[in-house]
Write a protein that binds this ligand. Structure first.
Ligand code: SAH
Ligand code: SF4
Ligand code: F3S
Length: 468
């Protein structure tokens, strides 16, 4: 079978980056133009923003965190929960003042929220000062769209594009110099009944095996010490490719690249998480001992209603296999509390599952109805207050588990990657292979390096240590 999607190389000439983009940008802003890119949501959005920054760099832009100083302000938005959307609308409203004082500033919005027609309709009607709106499928057209804004002065909207092409070679300006994201696939085909992502990101498309491995090699050779492979469901990597490759094979191929680095990945879906994958992690040189495996609910009726395609028993089976094969494996998960119709008894199955697995940490969310998803149409008899009470109950149980797990690490010597300075003077912050934070006293010159520390103390989910 041929690849289901088209693969193209991004051509900056078609996209006006070098030809006219740079000249126009400099002329439009009289001098070196400055951009402020703010990213909401998950690592997919962070990786997309790094591409937008790459394109803007080639147009001659420099960057600032402060919107007051920027000639171009872009918010890359997330639609996964209502709260995420409200924050964006609030912050866009606040930009109106900047536009009033400096009418030449260009305001743009992109990302997942822009793939929802009810959002773009509202923006068009109520936020006329927004100059540029584009969706997740238009990233490669950004220079052209930007060029249209600065040359026409009219509002430019490009959303809902049905382009399933996988673009290689879009310039990337990574935020980190030793930690980097590496998307291996885009979109999601799973249609969990609560989730907006398949609608905002489109069909699942894997990058070619060779392209991913080559990019990983380039990152390692240019000094990256931590690479995180990204996808909404990395375990189904390769499904649309004509080469017969699995995610486990991809991980294994990257793991063979020489160098001192750690390889992470997210997110795994329990329905496709194979024992082959666990074996690859167990036998690897560079792959982290951290497995983020969202289970969402510990109750089989709820899991079925969520369209997750696994049961509590199947989930526990993978977890137990991972515990058996990967010494000291660190497990984390995502959980939704208060899915429509979930009863308190069903919720208690989630609590018992976290007690059984003993996760290092959890990302817990109260269900948020997303217009356009099936679950948003269903009866939701429990109030937000009731759900919040259950939510706090769950957090209390997890806090104890995390504290116990961290305390059990006291006395261990662990290899960590030093990430930066902590809030306290002279203290550095680092991460173990299992993704647990360890703070210790040390010199700033260690930032970006691997060191060994001995764990001396546990403070809830953070560890304290000393350099070995
Ligand atoms: N692809 C990943 C997760 C992407 S979204 C996976 O399947 O595991 C990240 C997390 O947000 C999800 O795991 C889920 O826990 C949460 N989430 C998604 N939609 C939600 C909604 N409508 N309400 C509350 N939480 C949601
Ligand atoms: Fe959403 Fe499910 Fe896809 Fe994850 S796997 S992005 S939760 S639809
Ligand atoms: Fe949000 Fe889109 Fe990621 S909805 S969670 S930014 S894929």
């Amino acid at each position: 079978m041929a690849n289901r999607f088209e693969y193209k190389n991004f051509d900056d000439k078609d996209n006006y980056i070098q030809q006219s983009g740079e000249v126009m940008a400099i002329r439009a802003f009289s001098g070196v133009p400055t951009a402020c890119i703010r990213t909401y949501g998950c690592q997919q959005n962070v990786a997309d923003s790094e591409k937008i920054k790459g394109m803007l760099s080639e147009m001659g832009f420099s960057f600032t965190e402060n919107p007051e100083e920027a000639d171009f302000i872009l918010f890359n938005t997330c639609a996964v929960r209502e709260h995420a959307e409200d924050r964006v609308f609030g912050n866009v409203g606040a930009l109106k003042n900047i536009k009033r004082h400096r009418p030449s500033v260009i305001i743009g919005l992109c990302g997942c929220m822009m793939e929802q027609p009810h959002v773009t309709d509202r923006l068009y009607k109520s936020f006329p000062f927004v100059n540029l709106v584009f969706g997740t499928h238009s990233l490669q057209n950004f220079p052209k769209l930007f060029y249209n804004v600065i040359t026409n002065g009219k509002r430019v909207y490009e959303t809902g594009v049905d382009d399933k092409t996988v673009y290689e070679g879009i310039p990337t300006k990574r935020d980190g110099t030793f930690k980097g994201w590496l998307p291996i696939m885009y979109g999601c085909d799973n249609f969990c009944t609560y989730c907006i992502v398949p609608y905002t990101r489109g069909r699942e498309r894997s990058r070619k095996f060779e392209d991913v491995v080559n990019e990983a090699r380039e990152m390692i050779q240019s000094g990256y010490k931590e690479i995180t492979l990204l996808g909404q469901n990395v375990n189904s990597y390769g499904k649309n490719l004509d080469e017969k490759v699995t995610f486990a094979q991809l991980l294994s191929a990257i793991d063979q690249i020489d160098g001192d680095y750690i390889l992470r990945f997210m997110t795994s879906h329990p329905k496709d998480c194979s024992k082959e994958l666990i074996d690859v992690i167990a036998n690897s040189k560079h792959i982290s001992t951290h497995l983020h495996l969202p289970f969402q609910s510990g109750n089989n009726r709820v899991l079925k209603a969520m369209n997750r395609h696994y049961t509590r028993e199947k989930y526990l089976d993978i977890i137990n296999y991972a515990k058996e094969k990967i010494p000291d494996v660190s497990l984390t998960s995502d959980i939704i509390v208060g899915f429509p119709g979930e009863t308190y008894e069903e919720f208690l199955d989630t609590v018992s599952l976290i007690e059984e697995v003993e996760f290092t940490s959890l990302f817990t969310f109260i269900y948020s109805a997303r217009p356009g998803t099936p679950a948003a149409e269903w009866d939701d008899p429990y109030t937000h207050e009731e759900k919040s009470k259950w939510f706090s109950e769950l957090l209390a149980v997890q806090e104890e588990i995390a504290a116990k797990r961290c305390a059990s690490m006291v006395g261990q010597k662990v290899k960590v990657l030093v990430e930066g300075k902590s809030d306290k003077d002279g203290v550095l912050t680092s991460r173990t292979s299992g993704n647990i934070i360890v703070d210790f006293e040390g010199d700033e010159s260690l930032i970006g390096q691997f060191v060994y520390v001995e764990i001396t103390q546990a403070r809830n989910w953070i560890l304290l240590g000393k350099l070995c």
